[in-house]
Design a protein around this ligand. Structure first.
Ligand code: PMP
Length: 382
């Protein structure tokens, strides 16, 4: 069995797991306990992890707020501005129709609270246009929220340009960097965002931990408030006992990413080249969804003419794990809203699958399993 659904989640890096086990075994304190050495030891672990996240992004460690993952970070980024929006009357949000549900559902909830949301659509290349952002930003725009990389297509969005454009505007800029964090490391260091969301489990870290980054640079800290009532952990942005071992796992994953991201990207790119060669050699009708020039080196979203994705996933289930969209939407089959937004015909959407891998995926294993998948496609056509 070959796992080819890395955009959904990644296997935990064993080195990260080893680090976490050391913490689970040896660190017993609550990181916010100030009365004994056990608390001090836990705090040391948490603060080291905070520095590791900050180093990867080239930001200050006091701009890092630990959360349970990108879903929570996205929720806090948007909902945490409600008080500020009510005070200032800035109740317009610009986002895109291809965001993760953690943004889209939050926006829907905010619409019910009197916010107005503009959902920008991508072209059929999967990309949002900077000009479209420019046309929609108004005096009462509170925040622009755009994902760095789409989880279904792997298409990189022009967040660098959007950040530059918004720099002299009184509009917060949030990026959901869940699919690019730890991968597009140099790019993320350049982007002028106010807030950033991510999850550890997309880069070999554990599930259930991530961070919201709140930059101090532009308007000091964005006036984000936590959305839960509780203790003063993470300055109230995310109350609740900090999960020390999970946070340590996130930090270790960041440290490895800092050292290895260049070779990781190269390995992914090489694997993609090999898969594309196999695809071309097979003589089957296919199209790649999204502009390959802007696609992540670890993702292919591919349309096979006449082969339903549901049938293909069923036929390949015994030897590989692929998907036809986001795991968060897979309970009931609906055509991918991301591909729908791109204006692709329904037949193309229903016949598209996503294959995603990581730097540690074994090239030969992935190649063999992909060739087997392509043979299945060929046989299904007959
Ligand atoms: N945003 C994007 C772009 C994602 O891909 C995901 C995970 N599929 C999330 C947010 C949510 O992350 P989590 O499930 O870890 O909260």
């Amino acid at each position: 069995m070959v796992y080819l659904d890395f955009n959904s989640t990644t296997p935990i890096d064993e080195r990260v797991l080893d680090e976490m086990m050391k913490v689970y075994k040896n660190v017993v304190g609550n990181a916010d306990s100030r009365t004994h050495i056990f608390g001090d030891e836990a705090r040391l672990v948490v603060e080291k992890a905070r520095s590791e996240v900050a180093n990867l992004l080239n930001i200050n460690k006091d701009e890092v707020f630990f959360t349970s993952g990108a879903t929570e970070s996205n929720n806090i980024a948007l909902q945490g501005l409600i008080d500020y929006a009510n005070k200032t009357g800035k109740k317009h949000i610009v986002t895109t129709s291809i965001e993760h549900k953690a943004i889209l559902e939050t926006c829907k909830a905010l619409e019910k609270k009197g916010f107005e949301v503009s959902y920008l659509k991508p072209g059929n290349d999967g990309r949002i246009l900077l000009n479209d952002v420019k046309m929609h930003v108004r005096d009462d725009t509170l925040i622009v929220s755009v994902m760095h990389v789409n989880n279904e297509t792997g298409i990189i969005q022009p967040v660098q340009e959007i950040g530059d454009y918004l720099l002299d505007k009184e509009v917060y800029f949030h990026i959901d960097a869940t699919q690019s964090f730890g991968k597009l490391v140099d790019e993320l260091k350049q982007i002028k965002y106010d807030m950033l969301s991510m999850s550890a489990h997309k880069i070999g870290g554990p599930q259930g931990v991530g961070a919201l980054i709140l930059r101090k640079k532009r308007y000091k800290l964005p006036p984000v408030k936590g959305i839960m009532y509780g203790g003063q952990q993470e300055h109230g942005i995310r109350p609740g006992t900090i999960p020390v071992a999970l946070v340590n796992g996130l930090g270790s994953a960041c440290s490895f990413a800092s050292l290895e991201y260049k070779t990781n990207i190269e390995k992914c790119r090489n694997l993609k080249r090999v898969l594309m060669e196999e695809l071309e050699a097979m003589e089957i009708d296919y199209e790649i969804n999204g502009d390959p020039e802007y696609c992540m080196p670890n993702t292919i979203n591919i349309y096979f003419d006449g082969i339903s994705s549901e049938a293909l996933m069923l036929s390949t289930k015994q030897y590989c794990g692929i998907s036809n969209g986001s795991a968060c939407n897979s309970k009931s089959y609906k055509p991918s809203y991301v591909l729908v937004s791109m204006g692709l015909p329904i037949e193309r959407i229903e016949n598209s699958v996503r294959i995603s891998w990581g730097a540690n995926s074994d090239l030969n294993e992935v190649r063999n399993s992909f060739v087997q998948l392509l043979s299945t496609v060929k046989n299904m056509k007959i």
